[in-house]
Ligand binder design. Structure first.
Ligand code: SF4
Length: 259
């Protein structure tokens, strides 16, 4: 199925990259995946070695070169649909969410429709994403509040977004960055893990990590850098057995298993 997303500045820029860059990325990721299957090493005792801002930016530049097409992997056509998909993505994969939201958005494409939907029908559709009782209630209450307080439109500030049921800072920043092109860090499990491994933060609290990342990188790049770390976490810097042998920043990363 063809992906339908609201275009962002970062995605548009990435789309202009030459195809050869994508091929290089695909080849590198395949090599990494092969290496990970056969490798036995893992980062058992993670110690955090903070790196300089210059080194942090050099590593990020190389990762952005590796993933020139990095973008949100949730499927959506409107800011409302991205908001709902992001709420549903908690504790599951984007692939699982995309399978459910096709039906969900066909039946309830906007806030008004979801606000008036039968709750049991919502639960039935989103069941494969897990925690479906709580998620169904959250997304319907979110839709109702959008209708009651925001005329059915998704607000464009973190402060307003986080007043919605089921929406925290992470979800708000995904929506702001991907739907509206407003820079923000998405501190999910991958960004938390990679920020520590790369020596970008010594903190564990997502808000403190976000603050550290904000100081290290230019504001205009925050959304692009977020999704780049997420892609690297999904494709190479795995939680278990990271593919350091094939990682293009293994000579810079303080957690590398090969230097
Ligand atoms: S060298 Fe290893 S730990 Fe460091 S970013 Fe690459 S895959 Fe992750």
């Amino acid at each position: 199925m063809k992906k339908t997303t609201t275009r962002t500045k970062a995605a548009t820029k990435h789309d202009r990259q030459p195809k050869s860059a994508s091929k290089r990325q695909t080849a590198a990721v395949k090599k990494a995946a092969r290496s990970n299957k056969t490798g036995s090493s893992s980062i058992k005792h993670e110690t955090i070695t903070k790196v300089s801002a210059a080194k942090a930016r050099e590593m990020m530049r190389k990762l952005c070169d590796l993933y020139p097409d990095a973008s949100c992997e949730l499927k959506f056509s409107t800011p409302f649909q991205l908001l709902i998909a992001t709420i549903l993505s908690a504790q599951t994969t984007d692939v699982a969410v995309n399978k459910c939201t096709k039906t969900l958005f066909d039946e309830f494409p906007n806030a008004k429709a979801l606000a008036e939907a039968d709750l049991d029908r919502i639960k039935e559709i989103i069941k494969p994403t897990g925690y479906y009782n709580a998620k169904a209630t959250n997304i319907q209450n979110c839709a109702r509040k959008l209708v009651e307080k925001f005329k059915g439109e998704v607000p464009k500030t973190q402060a307003e977004l986080t007043t919605l049921p089921g929406v925290g800072v992470k979800t708000a920043n995904v929506v702001l960055g991907e739907a509206f092109g407003i820079p923000g860090w998405t501190v999910d499990t991958h960004v938390q893990r990679l920020s520590k491994r790369l020596g970008l933060t010594a903190n564990s609290d997502p808000l403190k990590i976000e603050s550290d990342l904000q100081k290290l990188f230019p504001k205009d790049d925050w959304s692009k850098d977020s999704i780049t770390l997420i892609w690297h976490g999904r494709r190479m810097c795995f939680a278990k057995k990271p593919a350091c042998e094939r990682c293009p920043i293994n000579h810079l990363c303080p957690s590398s298993l090969v230097v």
